[in-house]
Design a protein around this ligand. Structure first.
Ligand code: S3P
Length: 181
């Protein structure tokens, strides 16, 4: 984990399914007055389909292609406008090495919302919109597989907490420049 503190204008939240990336991203962006981008939402808007529909009709490889395309757009828009952004990534976004490379090359800060797998299982079991949540064994396996990618993040916060506490931890990282969005 890199502990160097420097202001960042493209800040991405990563973490496994159920770690609270969309919720925390929305709150942090509101506090800062920055735009919030939810990558899954971008994908569903572009496709005109829900995430489960994309997986069911086109398969995961096509979902990953769309995810990559939308991530490129988000990074491109940021570079063009030079405006700061909070981006909530999907749970699998940075486990695709080319996505991680794209974010790194463009100076994005990656914040890992860390949560024990038991808690993630509880959270995801009550929501039916995650095609990659099939059963407990495969969920745990995928979590283990992805840990190295999450661990490569610049910062880690504990997301096994109330959303307000997660937001507090993110804001306390001290990486947000005082800019007007
Ligand atoms: C995925 C996580 C989902 C969504 C898609 C694939 C993954 O996002 O991008 O279902 O590969 O873990 P959340 O992490 O927001 O659930």
């Amino acid at each position: 984990m890199i502990s160097e503190i420097r202001p960042r204008r493209l800040v991405c939240l990563t973490g496994f399914m159920g770690s609270g990336k969309s919720t925390a991203g929305g709150f942090v962006a509101r506090q800062l007055g920055w735009p919030h981008i939810d990558l899954d939402k971008r994908i569903t808007e572009a496709a005109g389909l829900s995430i489960p529909e994309i997986f069911a009709r086109m398969g995961e490889p096509e979902f990953r292609r769309m995810e990559r395309e939308q991530l490129e757009r988000v990074v491109g828009e940021h570079l063009e406008s030079q405006k700061p952004r909070i981006v909530s990534l999907g749970g699998g976004t940075i486990s695709q090495p080319q996505n991680l490379a794209l974010l790194r090359e463009n100076g994005a800060a990656l914040i890992w919302l860390h949560c024990p797998v038991e808690q993630l299982l509880l959270r995801c079991a009550i929501v039916t919109e995650r095609p990659l949540f099939r059963d407990e064994a495969s969920f745990r396996r995928l979590y283990e597989e992805r840990l190295p990618a999450y661990e490569s993040s610049d910062y880690r916060v504990d997301s096994h907490a109330e959303p307000a506490r997660v937001v507090e931890q993110i804001l306390a990282l001290g990486i947000f420049p005082r800019v007007i969005a």
